[in-house]
Every structure is written in structure tokens, then in C-alpha cells.
Design a protein around this ligand. Structure first.
Ligand SMILES: [Zn+2]
Length: 260
């Protein structure tokens, strides 16, 4: 019986490894934008979408952003995302260990439109830099694996808000500017759903945009802010709270530490 369980476990591990390798290879074979994303944009968002023009524009834009390290940016909808969010402005860090940052087709269409703008306040470009910085900060963090319930939510919220500070710092923008760009490009357009994104229950891994923007007033992950976030997630375990403070509190002016 024991042998059968061991064999089954090994088979499951091999299957997971194959899936990971398959996804990894397919993501790395995407040159900026996937065929599916192009088709989606032409069908739903912009029938005149010109892939070559988009590539040239986005490569120029990425050259200006100097914190990407060896990561590459690709535009497509990952398998775990729902179809209806394809036209929204969303981004993901992908699977652990992969040096890609994924943006939705909605982002490609919006940036493409910007490439024609004669006069622009640059809000979408600044927002793109912030989101890229936010996702890059996630890549520097460890992901919680063995945490459940409120503690998992709490770590999710701490990760999101510390990555927001990372995004603000990496992009070199002020929190006020990011807030303006976010309001203009996402919240005013996508409305209440995005504004309240993640808020329906306490057990969602993302705090609402409203909550996040309020936290930005602290300018960094202060002791008080970490305590407040833990309280808002209903954490009563003191040892857990102290651990969160050790991981997430940043000293003033200190570089971002690799939060867990
Ligand atoms: Zn995030």
C-alpha cells in the first residue's frame, strides 16, 4: 500500500513539473504579445490593432524603464485568469521562478492607443511603470504557502501594500501622482467593481483600491501601518503580528527589503 502511495506521489510531482515546464516554455516563446491576445484585441477592442507598431512602441517604452533586470514583459491572458478580465487593465507575476511579467490584452490596447496620442498627460505610461514596479516587488517576495484563513488574507494584504510602495519607489513617482493615474485610467473607467475589487469578504487576498490608497499616506510600511493592516484583517495572534512586523516594517529611507 505504501509503495502505491509513493508511486502516485512521484507521478503527481512529475505531472506538476511537466505542467510548469510547459507553461514556462510557452510563456518564454511569446514575443511581447500572444496570438490570442492580438485576436482578442482586434475582435473586441480595436479592429485596427497593428502588432508591429505596438512592438516598436512597447520596446521603446521598456528601454526607458531601468528596473526590469532580466525580466520580460508579455501581453496575454494567463490560463488562471477569467476571460472577462481580458479587456481590463490587470497584471500578474506569473508562476514562481519565472522571469516574466504578464499584462492583459486590455493593457496592450490602451498602450497602443497612447502611441497615437498627440497630446497626453502621460498618465497611462506612469501607471504602467507603477504596475511594473509593483509586480517586480512581488518577485522579490516569498509567497506564503502554509497559511490559511485570516492569516493568509493578512499576508496577502501586507504583500499588496508593500508592493505598492515598491512600485511607487521603483517608478520614481509620488503616491499622489500614482493615485491620480489610477483614478483616471482604471477607477473612473471600470467603476465600482475595480474600486471595491477584493472587498466582498475579508478572505480575499487583495485589499480594495480605496484601502490601498489610504495606506499610501504612511509613505512606507511603518510599524503602525503593519499593526493596522493586521488589525483590519482580524489578527489576534500576537506572535504572528510580531512576525509580520519583523518581515514587513521598513526603516525610513531604507531600501526595500526582501519581504516574505
Ligand atoms: Zn499585487
Amino acid at each position: 500500500m505504501r509503495d502505491i502511495v509513493m508511486i502516485l506521489l512521484i507521478l503527481i510531482l512529475i505531472a506538476l513539473l511537466c505542467i510548469y515546464l510547459h507553461i514556462s516554455l510557452s510563456w518564454h516563446s511569446i514575443d511581447i504579445i500572444s496570438l490570442d491576445a492580438e485576436e482578442f484585441i482586434r475582435k473586441e477592442l480595436d479592429p485596427a490593432f497593428d502588432t508591429e507598431r505596438f512592438r516598436i512602441y512597447i520596446n521603446k517604452l521598456l528601454k526607458r524603464i531601468d528596473f526590469l533586470d532580466e525580466n520580460s514583459v508579455i501581453f496575454f491572458t494567463p490560463f488562471y485568469d477569467r476571460k472577462k478580465t481580458q479587456s481590463s487593465l490587470n497584471a500578474h507575476t506569473g508562476l514562481p521562478g519565472q522571469k516574466v511579467i504578464i499584462f492583459t490584452p486590455g493593457w496592450a490596447a490602451r498602450l497602443y492607443r497612447e502611441s497615437f496620442a498627440e497630446k497626453s498627460d502621460g498618465a497611462i505610461i506612469d501607471l504602467f511603470a507603477f504596475v511594473l514596479g509593483h509586480e517586480m516587488t512581488h518577485k522579490e517576495q516569498r509567497r506564503p504557502i502554509f497559511l490559511f484563513g485570516r492569516k493568509r488574507t493578512c499576508v496577502g494584504w501586507l504583500r499588496e501594500i508593500s508592493s505598492d510602495f515598491g512600485g511607487i519607489r521603483k517608478s520614481g513617482l509620488s503616491a499622489k501622482r500614482v493615485k491620480f493615474c489610477l483614478e483616471k485610467e482604471i477607477l473612473d473607467i471600470e467603476g465600482r467593481r475595480q474600486r471595491r475589487y477584493g472587498a466582498k469578504t475579508m478572505l480575499r487576498p487583495h485589499p480594495t483600491w480605496e484601502y490601498r490608497m489610504k495606506c499610501w499616506k504612511a509613505k512606507r510600511m511603518t510599524k503602525e501601518l503593519v499593526e493596522q493592516i493586521c488589525r483590519d484583517c482580524g489578527i489576534t495572534d500576537r506572535r504572528f503580528l510580531e512576525k509580520m512586523k519583523r518581515i514587513y516594517v521598513e526603516k525610513p529611507g531604507a531600501p526595500m527589503k526582501k519581504a516574505g
